[in-house]
Design a protein around this ligand. Structure first.
Ligand code: SF4
Ligand code: SF4
Length: 399
């Protein structure tokens, strides 16, 4: 498939039209709006700590800082058809978990600016979930230039997910997502953290609602997210499932029931069966940050992965990821700055209630008999931060 280019004025409508026409796009270059539109954070303000943090975390971009971001440059982010959904997505999907209240806690303005910058660089795919608490960031990012009916809405593919298993529960959740993001349809809605054919069966009613919503145009594609090889295999055999969002990294970190090879084989079969595949945790939730290029490169080299969701919370991470996805060599200083390891911190006021232990599907937590407090097995932890949301004492955080 050859490269296509789209003018700025075509950016909002070109992709969906091409997708509807069934045109496969392997590589598509976009001219960004303008250098000025890429500047982050707006005017520096003074006085508050929050403002000082905002300026510190997200400095303004220098023109031409990232290839494709200067007014006349052309980005080379590849785009691919996502299975048979008719959606065409950038190979990098902007994962919003890390910027939100479960992790970096960026302000809405900070997070939205980061998303906008990614969009201006050619990223057209954003991943969120009800659990992540990041709908407001997306709303702000896509409403900045004209609201939900603007061309910006149509030029971005949004995926969300939830744990609902009833018809009515899923209906309410989808409505909440639409309202919270200020949109009138969502591109992909997934069942969150599915494990097997059995758990999928237990979500039949939620799937029934999603199928109805797809018919009505509220949802364009239905999917599942999973850390389990067995679930990838089960979902691949279900005609109502359009998209699979599996955990995949070269070390197999976080795969609940197999190795990296097992997961890759299942993903390959699912992709061959026509499922759109966008993977997660290419960096092992942070455990593989010491070799971002090698870890992302391994997943990028898999033809069965249409897109890769990468959590982004700083401009440096965005720069680094764009460099890797565009096949450029990042400069050494940037590589060093992004080579930081994350960790799950458990504060000393943990009461040992065990709620987090039950929440962690990776078996990475236990109550240590010697302290009576939660303790993490770093070999199993994928640093998703989900346990943090469950802790009634607010004593867990991923940093
Ligand atoms: S311990 Fe917490 S952060 Fe680690 S995998 Fe389990 S839920 Fe995720
Ligand atoms: S949920 Fe919070 S308070 Fe309870 S054991 Fe886990 S860390 Fe401790």
């Amino acid at each position: 498939m050859g490269a296509e280019s789209c003018s700025d004025s075509a950016r909002g409508t070109g992709l969906p039209v091409l997708a509807r026409q069934g045109v496969g796009i392997r590589s598509l270059a976009c001219v960004p709006n303008s250098v000025e539109a890429l500047r982050l954070g707006g005017r520096p303000r003074s006085a508050t700590a929050a403002t000082r943090r905002e300026v510190a975390v997200i400095p303004k971009l220098a023109p031409g800082d990232v290839k494709g971001m200067a007014g006349t440059a052309v980005c080379s982010l590849e785009r691919r058809a996502l299975g048979k959904t008719g959606l065409v997505v950038s190979r990098i999907c902007f994962g919003t978990l890390t910027m939100g209240p479960l992790q970096a806690k960026l302000s809405i303005k900070e997070g939205a600016s980061l998303i906008r910058t990614a969009m201006d660089a050619g990223v057209n795919f954003i991943d969120t979930a009800e659990l992540y608490g990041t709908y407001e960031y997306i709303r702000e990012a896509i409403s900045g230039r004209g609201g939900m009916h603007s061309r910006d809405r149509d030029s971005v593919v949004i995926a969300s997910k939830s744990y609902d298993y009833t018809y009515e529960g899923m209906r309410q959740t989808v409505e909440r997502a639409l309202q919270s993001m200020g949109i009138d349809y969502i591109d992909i809605f997934l069942l969150h953290e599915q494990e097997s054919a059995l758990t999928l069966k237990g979500h039949q009613e939620a799937l029934r609602y999603l199928a109805r919503a797809r018919e009505a145009g509220k949802v364009r594609a239905i999917g599942v997210s999973t850390h389990h090889v067995a679930c990838v295999r089960a979902a691949a055999a279900m005609p109502e499932i359009d998209v699979i969002h599996p955990l995949l990294n070269r070390s197999g970190i976080g795969i609940a029931d197999g190795t990296a090879s097992d997961m890759l084989e299942a993903v390959r079969e699912a992709h061959d069966a026509g499922k759109g595949v966008y993977s997660m945790k290419a960096l092992g939730g942070g455990a593989l940050l010491d070799d971002v290029e090698g870890s992302l490169g391994w997943v990028l080299a898999q033809p069965c992965v249409d897109s890769i969701a990468v959590g982004i919370k700083t401009l440096d991470e965005l720069r680094m990821d764009l460099a890797v996805f565009e096949g450029r060599r990042p400069d050494d200083a940037l590589r060093e700055r992004t080579r930081q390891n994350k960790a799950l911190i458990i504060e000393p006021w943990c009461t040992g209630c065990g709620t987090c232990v039950a929440r962690c599907t990776h078996g990475a937590l236990r109550i240590a008999p010697e302290t009576g407090r939660a303790a993490v097995d770093t070999a199993r932890c994928v640093l998703c931060g989900y346990c943090q949301a469950a802790c009634p004492e607010f004593c867990m955080k991923v940093v």
